[in-house]
Ligand binder design. Structure first.
Ligand code: SAH
Length: 344
């Protein structure tokens, strides 16, 4: 099987050409074609000789993703079903607001984490995405942003399918490319990685001195409740998570965003609100309150508006920033937790 050329670093490409009796510089040219000009074939690399192109064709392939199906919501949100080279599908979403456009990208095909309320959890994890498959989603959505909204993509959130911290290496490689001048040149502060909260990996990110933002899907600050919503909490409880987040803050000085879906009957009591406030007081953080997007599970329903308002009031009274995040694209199942390759 031929190697996917985009798995090679620039240095590896340079070495490939040296080994084949050419100049290292040729590696830079190819790298530029692959990453800046987003070439889809070796024949498109017009400043290379025919022999060089043939040699590349004989040794490598350029795997690429393709938008298999695009759906546009009445609110402007676009959901893409993305076909990978092995025919598996992931989803990526473009979310426009007045001021910006945000790409929501996937990091894995399916997910292994079994959060009870999430549609993606119903698909078993098939495989990790490669760095170039993650990067390409951003490139595609950037194109859509320019086409439909007349400006470049402004933000990226790793809130699509999968758990980014369980595909650490490839996600970091993709972010390096996204932020590099040889890739999209986007600012790290415009990128947010969202995780269920894996303490060991949060510490690793802090040690690696990453510059992007961190969001944690909390959903409850009471262990028993959180474990019923997110089984990962059984082995990685709130105390371990807090310790890792404090380590993160100490190293990065970056506030954490807690994502918090308010569910009817699960976390809609005053004791749930008080626990969240106490948790937030221990770590510089803000809270995004999310209304539950239905995925056809009877057990889960969004909480009453009064409860969400009460959450906001109490958090704000304690000087914790709280925002209610509006659901986007729910008419096309593009909203949080609805990504499940549903073919209509
Ligand atoms: N695995 C990562 C990345 C996925 S992000 C993480 O869990 O953070 C997807 C976000 O949508 C998470 O905050 C998740 O908890 C939330 N979510 C999942 N299902 C949802 C649903 N049905 N309604 C609203 N939000 C949901």
């Amino acid at each position: 099987m031929k190697t996917d050329i985009r798995a090679l670093s620039k240095e590896e490409l340079r070495n490939f050409f040296i080994k084949n009796g050419d100049k290292a510089f040729r590696g830079n040219q190819v790298y530029e074609w692959l990453w800046i000009k987003a070439a889809r074939s070796f024949d498109a690399m017009t400043n290379l000789s025919k022999d060089t192109r043939q040699m590349l064709n004989a040794n490598f392939v350029i795997n690429h993703i393709a938008v298999d199906k695009m759906q546009r919501s009445i609110d402007g949100t676009i959901k893409n079903a993305i076909k990978l080279h092995d025919a598996l599908i992931v989803e990526s979403v473009l979310i426009p607001t007045k001021k910006r456009t945000t790409a929501c990208v996937s990091s894995q095909v399916g997910c292994s984490l079994d959060c009870n309320f999430c549609a993606t959890a119903k698909l078993k994890r098939m495989r990790n995405l490669n760095a170039d498959e993650i990067y390409d989603q951003v490139v595609e959505i950037d194109k859509q942003s320019q086409l439909y909204h007349k400006h470049k993509l402004s933000n990226i959130v790793f809130m699509g399918m999968g758990e980014p911290l369980l595909n650490y290496k490839n996600v970091m490689m993709a972010i390096d490319k996204i932020t590099s001048d040889e890739g999209l040149g986007m600012a790290s502060k415009r990128i947010t990685l969202s995780t269920v909260g894996i303490p060991k990996m949060i510490k690793k990110m802090a040690d690696d001195e990453v510059k992007f933002n961190l969001a944690v899907s909390l959903h409850s600050a009471i262990n028993e409740v959180r474990s019923t919503l997110m089984p990962i909490n059984e082995k990685n409880n709130l105390e371990d998570l807090l310790e890792a987040l404090q380590y993160w803050y100490q190293k990065t000085k970056k506030k954490i965003t807690f994502e918090y879906v308010v569910f009817k009957n699960h976390n809609d009591k005053q004791k749930d609100i008080d626990a969240l406030v106490n948790y937030c007081k221990k770590i510089p953080s803000k809270v995004n309150l999310i209304t539950y997007n239905t995925i056809g599970e009877e057990e889960f329903k969004t909480a009453d508006k009064e409860v969400i308002d009460q959450y906001v009031r109490v958090l704000e009274a304690n000087n914790i920033i709280a925002k209610v995040r509006k659901s986007r694209g729910d008419d096309i199942d593009a909203a949080c937790g609805q990504l499940a390759n549903k073919i209509n």
